[in-house]
Design a protein around this ligand. Structure first.
Ligand code: FES
Length: 141
């Protein structure tokens, strides 16, 4: 049975030879982005192949359309189109985004709160300067 080492999870799973990479990841509760459900149309289920590319199937037409002919540079495959036939190592760092976007959302809330606090502070601040006319000097004669 082929083994898939998954980084950065530092997890290794055993899968039946000829199994679909995305299906095996989902079966093993490993989060992988998708909006199409595995029909090669969203292009989100990308996995970076760190080693063992020789144990994977050839690129499908749909995969080439979505990812182009740059595997030799990016080492990216659509996990929903990838069939595993031997030991491989993959990197799913890009699928850790869910946490990051939560952080961004949180910080936006914080920014909003800070803005509100600043506006409140402006209201409380005593007005300075402005366009008041200077007082006329009184001269004694
Ligand atoms: S799951 Fe959408 S392209 Fe693979």
């Amino acid at each position: 049975m082929p083994k898939i080492k998954i980084n950065p999870h530092n997890k290794t799973i055993e899968v039946p030879e000829g199994s679909n990479l995305r299906e095996e990841l989902v079966r093993n509760d490993i989060y992988i982005k998708t909006t199409c459900g595995g029909v090669a149309s969203c292009g989100l289920c990308v996995a970076v192949i760190e080693s063992g590319e020789e144990f994977l199937n050839e690129f499908s037409f749909e995969e080439r359309q979505l990812l182009g002919n740059v595997f030799h540079i990016t080492k990216e495959r659509l996990s929903c189109q990838t069939i595993v036939m031997g030991d491989i190592t993959i990197d799913l760092s890009a699928h850790q985004e869910a946490k990051t976007s939560k952080t961004i959302r949180k910080s936006r809330e914080q920014i909003k709160e800070e803005k509100e606090l600043k506006e409140e502070a402006k209201v409380l601040e005593p007005k300075q300067g402005g366009f008041r006319r200077p007082k006329a000097f009184k001269t004694e004669e």
